[in-house]
Design a protein around this ligand. Sequence first.
Ligand code: 5AD
Ligand code: SF4
Length: 448
Amino acid sequence: MKDKSFYIENYGCQMNISDSNIINSILLKNGFVLSENLEKASIILLNSCSIREKAELTLKKKLEQLKFLKKKKKKIWIGIIGCFSKEIKKFFLKKKMVDFFVDSNSYREIPNFIHYSIMGKEYFNFTKKNETYSDISFIKTKQNDKKISAFLSITRGCNNMCTFCIVPFTRGRERSSDPYSIIKECEHLYHNGYKEVTLLGQNVDSYIWKKENMIQDQKNIVDFSHLLDLLAQKIPFMRIRFSTSNPHDMSDKVLKVISKHKNICKHIHLPVQSGSNKILKLMNRKYTREKYLFLVKQIRNIIPECSISHDIMTGFCHENEKDHQETISLMNEIKYNYGYMFSYSPRPGTYAYRKLEDNVPINIKKRRLQEIIDLQNQHSFYRMQEHLGKIEEVLIEGESKRNKQHWYGRNTQNLIVVFPKKSLNIGDLVHVEITDITSATLIGKHCK
Ligand code: 5AD
Ligand code: SF4
């Protein structure tokens, strides 16, 4: 094959961004060349997401567009990689729109999938169930040259089996990368210009690594609190973030480590999904409203400056007006800094899809969603006011998209801060006085 140019397009979450870096490294090491432009590439990889119906619809639309490119160019090969359901694979196979599919445990095999596809053959591989990719190092390219913030997966898969969620089916059982490879990779990222790393997992709090072939006493077990403590000391000049925390697994031990180290950012993403115990039980979330509220209290006791964000889903099976009001009252009690809100879409293969009735009409799902979005906007504005007049440490990430004369960065609470440029650089950690706010942005001026 003469033209080995490839292009990866991302759909979905931060984990997909970190997976795309792994795929980049695998392909670059195998003689492929990263193309800056989808139209110029001969291999197009769509890193898919199937967590909500909307992400799959976006993927379908993209493939419709690619049909035209396929007609225009002599030959291109299209692969769907990452997090896709059996149903979507069947759909695309039937339509003959995709040349190959690579699941999230088989990235090492992508060069083979491409070669076989070019020969017009199908490639079969055995999916590795315990794959962590912990030996694959990030490679700097033109595309990520100016980036200073990286994502690194520390756990893959999920064992929680929330009834609405497809992740345990698409990404498999949970497994953790070994702590030494995580430290090594963070140091590698730092030497490549990165100033911040976000440790990723569906449930980072259940990170656990046990040294093999040794009697497993305490010394040989590393849990999430140990990992954070270790990393904070090994990479003192890097900011450390993590996502996502599961309320069921988060411990005081972790909170104490976060409060102990300045370079561990003071932000916790703590999806709640619903404020109703009835719905939490139907979702198999393994915590109650009361336990969740207690955890928030603990976070605020141990790390008073910590911001808290959420995921909430409206219109899950059997959610009535009372359940919805319980979500609203929980939001009012906590007043989150920000959050991600969705209406429930059944995912084929999940327990909820098979066993629970999707019985909340779409217009009610949407109305409830709008109500919680409006409420969250009010709470975000309320929380932003707490920053007015304060001097905050901001890591500069780039130029503001709205105003090229302003820098854009984030404070430790993961809130966006913009301020007028003054001979500073991307990657600088600076002090900014907050002089104005919106519900989504802190506005300030650089102080010496
Ligand atoms: N429908 C709607 N939202 C979902 N999420 C996960 N599965 C579904 C679904 N079937 C949301 C949850 C989760 C976030 C990543 O996506 O809120 O925390
Ligand atoms: Fe899905 Fe629940 Fe696992 Fe999150 S914790 S990935 S919602 S099964």
